[in-house]
Design a protein around this ligand. Structure first.
Ligand code: DOR
Ligand code: ZN
Length: 429
């Protein structure tokens, strides 16, 4: 099977930003060339190409969401690996990292293998399992990193819970380095955060609910930077939401500390002022912060302090969301709204298109030690984006099993229109 993606603006930072044709054969990229050059096979007999017209569109290396909750095994009523993969494909992602807070927890090779088997059966986007740092996510003892690595885990995280014990985190960094596994840290001092249900500040005071202070995140970011520096082992900070965290990461990077960081579209799109409007669909952990924090996140994205945009796709059922605010589950879905929300950063001049491709593809690939990019001889994992199409977010039509999004009904611009994994089109609008 041969495919030609014709006439799109091909953006692969460091390699291309030009109108190019991309030739794909047997799942791999075989040629990338300017459209006016002669066809590589011309004069060599009949060659049938399935042509995908990408004129007016952007062609990028496959987008990767390195922070997704697929919920299987154990919470299949919220999402399954198959539905989560479909949501990812429709959102323009060719790969996702699956967080380990499933039931049972992904803290052993049996669960890692189970996730990979289910992903293979789904035959859709690539799934990279993230195993837990600690057994059962309890924060007491380390999971078996050697076993997990052999089974196919790509990174380690207790996401959903912090590793409160600093000695255990130090050991985790030491062992993770030995097995070349990245530690992804959920930074939250539970002693400072417990009882809070949204950002601490005037909005929480007005709503009469207990707040979660910025420092509950940033104190742990500072701790992890210190441990990262001590152990010379990389740490990736998950879902950065505060100004103080951005500042700490920026300073650490200046010193050469191997820390990297991600934020999610909701932290640069919304603030705690939106919580009143969207209620439990604007409830997540860490919470939406103040306008000042949102500005700091935007600055962190623009200056490279924040390397990655990941969704923290966290599906929950209506039963878990349609309750009193303080009882509602934390988390929102994000796979099917990420691209338009991120394109707004380009429209607003925060990032260039190339800068956005770095945050959504190149940097996750580099941080996770994967191979990707529009490279001849490599698997054709490609996303095609229409940056101009205006549309209304319609959660009822989502592939995800859950509907917990604050963006339902939003008027947005731009979307992924084709997702290709290993040369196979897994989504086409
Ligand atoms: O809002 C969140 N939801 N934050 C987390 O850390 C966990 C996640 C989930 O699993 O639902
Ligand atoms: Zn998460």
């Amino acid at each position: 099977m041969q495919v030609l993606i014709k006439g799109g603006r091909v953006i692969d930072p460091g390699n291309f930003d030009a109108l190019m044709d991309v030739f794909i054969q047997d799942g791999k990229i075989v040629k990338i060339m300017t459209p006016d050059r002669p066809h590589p096979e011309s004069g060599r007999g009949p060659f049938e190409y399935k042509v995908i017209d990408a004129s007016g569109k952007i062609v990028t290396p496959g987008l990767i969401d390195m922070h997704v909750h697929l919920r299987e095994p154990g919470h299949e009523y919220k999402e399954t690996i198959a539905t989560g993969c479909m949501a990812a494909a429709h959102g323009g992602f060719t790969a996702v990292c699956a967080m380990p807070n499933t039931k049972p927890v992904n803290d052993n090779r049996r669960i890692t293998e189970y996730i990979l088997q289910k992903a293979q059966k789904a035959d859709s986007v690539r799934v990279y399992p993230v195993a837990s740092i600690s057994k059962g996510l309890f924060g007491n003892s380390l999971s078996e990193y050697g076993d997990l690595k052999k089974a196919g885990a790509i990174a380690l995280s207790d996401d959903g819970n912090p590793v409160m014990d600093s000695q255990l985190m130090r050991k985790a960094l030491e062992h993770a380095k030995e097995f070349d596994l990245l530690i992804i840290s959920h930074c939250e001092d539970v002693n400072l955060a417990t009882g809070g249900v949204m950002n601490e500040g005037p909005v929480a005071a007005r709503m009469g609910v207990a707040g979660i202070p910025n420092v509950s995140e940033s104190i742990m970011v500072e701790r992890d930077i210190s441990l990262c520096e001590l152990m010379c082992a990389p740490v990736h900070i998950a879902h950065v939401s505060t100004l103080e965290s951005v500042r700490a990461i920026r300073e650490a990077k200046k010193r050469g500390v191997p820390v990297t960081a991600e934020t999610a579209p909701h932290y640069f799109t919304l603030t705690d002022e939106d919580v009143e409007k969207y209620n439990s669909n604007a409830k997540m952990n860490p919470p939406l912060r103040s306008p000042k924090d949102r500005t700091a996140i935007l600055e962190g994205l623009a200056d490279g302090t924040i390397d990655v945009i990941a969704t923290d796709h966290a599906p929950h059922s209506n039963v878990e969301k349609e309750v009193e605010f303080d009882q509602a589950a934390n988390g929102i879905i994000g796979l099917e709204t990420s691209v338009p929300l991120c394109l707004k950063l380009v429209e607003d001049g925060v990032l260039t298109f190339a800068g956005l491709v770095e945050k959504m593809s190149k940097n996750p690939v580099r941080i996770l030690g994967l191979e990707n990019g529009l490279t001849v001889g490599k698997p054709a994992d490609i996303t095609i984006i229409d940056p101009d199409i205006s549309h209304t977010v319609d959660a009822a039509g989502f592939q995800s099993l859950s509907r917990n999004t604050p963006f339902d009904g939003w008027q947005v611009k731009g979307k992924a229109i084709l997702t290709m994994v290993g040369g196979k089109v897994i989504f086409s609008a």
